[in-house]
Design a protein around this ligand. Structure first.
Ligand code: HEM
Length: 459
C-alpha cells in the first residue's frame, strides 16, 4: 500500500484493514466523540489529523467511520469510486425537509437525470449571460452601502437578489433581512438536527422548532410566488421547458425543489465566501490597495462583467476560500460495497468523512497555511498538490454552481473595490469561524465601507 502522507511521529501500520488504522481510543461507545463533533467539528477533525495522521479510524456505537485527510486518496474516493458511494443518510434526510427531492439530495439514476436537466443552465457557456443581472443586484445594494455594515447581511442580500433575479427575473423585496434571517434559522436547525439519530416532527414543542416552521413557511412562499410568474428568459422559465439530451424534463414539484436548492445552496455559499474575503482584505490593507489598482487599471471605471482579466482579484477570492471554505466539512459518504483503496480494504457500510477545512490548512500541503497569501493562486505559481484544494468538491457531484459562483464573486468584489475602501472597526475582535452548514462567523462581522475619493471616473 502507498503510504499516505502523515505528519505526526506515528508511523502507518503495515496492515491494510480499517480496524488496524490509527484512531482515538474511545470510551462510552464513542459517544464523547459525537458530542465533541457537534460542539467543535473542525477542531475535532484537526486534532484527529494532527494526532493520528491522514487516515483516521473512529467508531460511535456501531457506526464505523474513516476520516480521509490525504488529498490523493480523497480524490480517488470521490472520483474513481464515486459509484460505490452515497451521501451519508442524515445529510439528505435533514436537507430534504427544506429542499425536497432536489439534485443535492437525490442519488443514483434520479440524481443523474436531475443533474443532466440542470447542467446546461449552469454551464460555463451559459453563465456569462447572467452577468447583467448580477451587476444590477450588486449595484442596487452597494449604491447605499457606505458606512458601517454587517457585511454578512450585505453579501447575503446581494447573493439572494442575484439568485431571485436569475431564477425568476424578480428582485429581492424589502423583506431581504427577514429572508436572510430565515435562511440562518434553517441552517442552525439543519446543523443541530444532523447530529440527532432521527428528525423529530416540526410540530413537536421542542426548542427551535417553531422558528424553523415559520422560516420554512416564508421561504416556501418566496419560491411559490416566484414560480407563479417567472419572467421570460429566467432560469425557472427555462427549466420548465428544459429537456436533457435524453429528452428528460422536470415535474412541477421537481422544479419547485430545484428552485429551492438553487436559492439556498446558491446564495449562502457565495455570500459566505465574500464575507471572509472582505474580512481578510480589511485586515490586509496592502493587498487591498494592490487589488484596487488592478481593478482600476483593468476596468478604467467601467462596470465589471465577472469575466474580466483580474488575476490578483481571482487569486484573493481563491485564497479566501482556502482559508475559509464555505462548505468546510460534512462532505460525508457511505460506502455501498467493499472497495480496495491503494491496497487498503474498506468494508461496505463504512462512513467516510472529508473535511475541506482541515485539508486546506494542512502544513504538509501548504507553506504557512494560516497566512493570507493570494500569490499562491496567481497564474504561474506552483499549483497545490492534486486534491489539496477543493472548495467546490470534486468528482461527478462537484458543485453545480461553481462557474456561476466564481463569476458572481468576481463581479461583486470588483464593484465593491471600485466604490469603497474596507476598514475593520477598532475595538471589534477578529471574526471567529463557526461551522453551521456553511462556515459562518460566530458574531456578525461589521466593517466600515469608506467611499473612495480616488476612483477613476465611471465610463
Ligand atoms: C462559493 C460558492 C460555492 C461553494 C464554495 C460551493 C460548494 C459546494 C460543494 C463543496 C459542493 C459538493 C458537496 C458534496 O460533494 O457533498 C456543492 C454542491 C452543490 N452546489 Fe455549490 N457551492 C457554491 C455555490 C453554488 C451556487 C452559486 C449554486 C447554484 C446556483 C450551487 C449549487 C450546488 C448544487 C446544486 C450542488 C449539489 C450538486 C450535486 O450533488 O450534484 N453552489 N457546492
Amino acid at each position: 500500500m502507498r503510504s499516505p502522507h502523515v505528519d505526526t511521529a506515528k508511523p502507518m501500520p503495515s496492515v491494510c484493514r480499517w480496524q488496524d488504522l490509527p484512531g482515538p481510543r474511545t470510551r462510552w461507545w464513542g459517544l464523547p466523540l459525537l458530542r465533541e463533533m457537534a460542539r467543535d467539528y473542525l477542531g475535532q477533525a484537526e486534532g484527529l489529523r494532527r494526532t493520528h495522521g491522514t487516515l483516521v479510524r473512529t467508531q460511535v456505537v456501531r457506526e464505523r467511520m474513516l476520516d480521509v485527510y490525504d488529498p490523493a486518496l480523497l480524490r480517488e474516493l470521490l472520483v474513481e469510486h464515486h459509484e460505490a458511494l452515497v451521501r451519508w443518510e442524515r445529510g439528505p434526510e435533514v436537507f430534504a425537509e427544506v429542499m425536497g427531492q432536489s439534485v443535492l439530495v437525490a442519488e443514483g439514476a434520479g440524481w443523474q437525470r436531475l443533474r443532466r436537466v440542470l447542467m446546461p443552465a449552469f454551464s460555463s457557456r451559459r453563465v456569462p449571460s447572467y452577468a447583467g443581472l448580477m451587476g444590477e443586484a450588486a449595484e442596487a445594494h452597494l449604491r447605499s452601502a457606505a458606512g458601517v455594515q454587517d457585511v454578512g447581511l450585505l453579501f447575503s442580500r446581494i447573493t439572494m437578489d442575484v439568485m431571485l433575479r436569475a431564477l425568476f427575473g424578480q428582485a429581492l423585496g424589502r423583506d431581504g433581512a427577514q429572508v436572510a434571517a430565515d435562511v440562518q434559522t434553517l441552517s442552525e436547525a439543519g446543523f443541530r438536527e444532523m447530529f440527532w439519530p432521527v428528525t423529530l416532527p416540526d410540530w413537536l414543542p421542542l426548542p427551535g422548532k417553531a422558528a424553523k416552521r415559520s422560516a420554512l413557511k416564508r421561504l416556501r412562499g418566496l419560491i411559490r410566488d416566484g414560480l407563479a410568474n417567472p419572467s421570460a428568459g429566467s432560469l425557472a422559465a427555462g427549466l420548465r421547458q428544459a429537456r436533457s439530451d435524453h429528452g428528460e424534463s422536470l415535474s412541477e414539484t421537481e422544479l419547485r425543489d430545484q428552485c429551492m436548492v438553487s436559492f439556498q445552496a446558491g446564495h449562502e455559499t457565495s455570500a459566505t465566501a465574500l464575507l471572509w474575503w472582505s474580512a481578510l482584505l480589511a485586515n490586509h490593507p496592502a493587498e487591498q490597495r494592490c487589488l484596487r489598482e488592478e481593478v482600476d487599471g483593468t476596468l478604467q471605471g467601467r462596470a465589471p462583467s465577472g469575466q474580466d482579466p483580474l488575476p490578483r482579484l481571482d487569486a484573493s477570492l481563491k485564497e479566501a476560500m482556502r482559508l475559509y471554505p464555505p462548505v468546510a466539512a460534512l462532505l460525508t459518504r457511505r460506502l455501498l460495497r467493499p472497495i480496495q483503496l491503494q491496497g487498503l480494504a474498506l468494508p461496505a457500510g463504512l462512513l467516510l468523512r472529508f473535511t475541506l477545512h482541515t485539508l486546506h490548512h494542512d502544513p504538509s500541503l501548504w507553506d504557512e497555511p494560516e497566512r493570507f497569501r493570494p500569490q499562491r493562486f496567481l497564474p504561474g505559481a506552483a499549483p497545490p498538490p492534486r486534491g489539496a484544494y477543493l472548495p467546490f468538491g470534486v468528482g461527478p457531484r462537484v458543485c453545480l454552481g461553481q462557474h456561476f459562483a466564481m463569476q458572481e464573486m468576481q463581479l461583486v468584489a470588483a464593484q465593491l473595490l471600485q466604490r469603497f475602501a474596507l476598514h475593520p472597526l477598532s475595538g471589534d475582535a477578529p471574526p471567529v469561524p463557526r461551522l453551521r452548514v456553511t462556515l459562518r462567523p460566530l458574531a456578525p462581522l461589521r466593517l466600515e465601507l469608506r467611499p473612495r475619493q480616488d476612483a477613476p471616473a465611471a465610463r
